[in-house]
Design a protein around this ligand. Structure first.
Ligand SMILES: Cc1cc2nc3c(=O)[nH]c(=O)nc-3n(C[C@H](O)[C@H](O)[C@H](O)COP(=O)(O)O)c2cc1C
Length: 197
């Protein structure tokens, strides 16, 4: 864990996995075996969702398809994600299967599933890095998605933490666990509850 990790300031008792997880761009040369991938995706499977609709669909690269997946990322992400072990895309199903109506929380639910996968990866000594910088249309085309019902939400890289020396200068400068807004800012009623107005 890089030095900056010590600047993260969790409240006492927060589980270390939440604070120790971060999104590196330097990845080691490492093959993630199929059994590990099954655990990562199965962790996602147990996520909660509105009406238990489970609107998440995960597409992950194999060794054969890795370069195809890489090309679906914007250039800025390709430069570091090329060393990840796996590249994936998260697709959300926009309508409920049970009645065909729009599911207002599909993206929210998919986010929970991604975080579950991420924390399972973290617990296995792996890292994930989410990416909005992807060619959404090309991803949809590559997987022959149904644009009426399926939305490409994000891409992600999975791998083992590598040496930052491998990174280009500008990317290396950002290679540390980032900090967070104060709790009172993301929890506006916090001050009220603790009597500090
Ligand atoms: C949905 C999503 C999209 C993201 N898109 C990108 C991206 O395109 N490129 C990138 O380098 N990082 C991307 N990130 C990583 C965030 O910048 C990172 O999670 C955030 O700065 C917090 O840092 P941490 O994950 O190391 O704690 C993305 C993260 C998420 C969750």
């Amino acid at each position: 864990m890089p030095d900056n990790a010590s600047k993260r300031d969790p409240a006492p008792g927060v589980l270390p996995m939440f604070v120790e997880r971060w999104s590196p761009r330097a990845f080691a040369d490492f093959v993630i075996d199929q059994a590990t991938m099954v655990r990562l995706l199965d962790a996602a499977r147990w996520s909660p969702s509105c009406f238990n609709a489970q609107p998440w669909r995960f597409y992950t690269s194999s060794q054969d398809s890795f370069n195809d997946y890489l090309e679906l990322l914007v250039e800025k992400n390709q430069v570091w994600a090329k060393r990840a072990s796996v590249i994936g895309f998260l697709v959300g199903k926009k309508h409920f299967e049970h009645n065909g109506k729009p599911n207002p929380t599909y993206a929210f639910d998919c986010g929970s599933a991604w975080m579950a996968m991420t924390l399972q990866a973290h617990s296995e000594g792996l890292c994930t890095h989410g990416m909005a910088g992807i060619h959404h249309d090309k991803v949809a085309e590559y997987f022959s998605l149904d644009s009426e019902n399926e939305e490409v939400l994000m891409g992600f890289a999975i791998g083992k933490l590598g040496d930052p020396a491998q990174l280009e200068e500008d990317v290396r400068a950002r290679e540390f666990p980032s900090l967070r807004k104060p709790l009172a800012e993301i929890w506006p009623t916090f001050a009220e509850k603790s009597g500090r107005r």
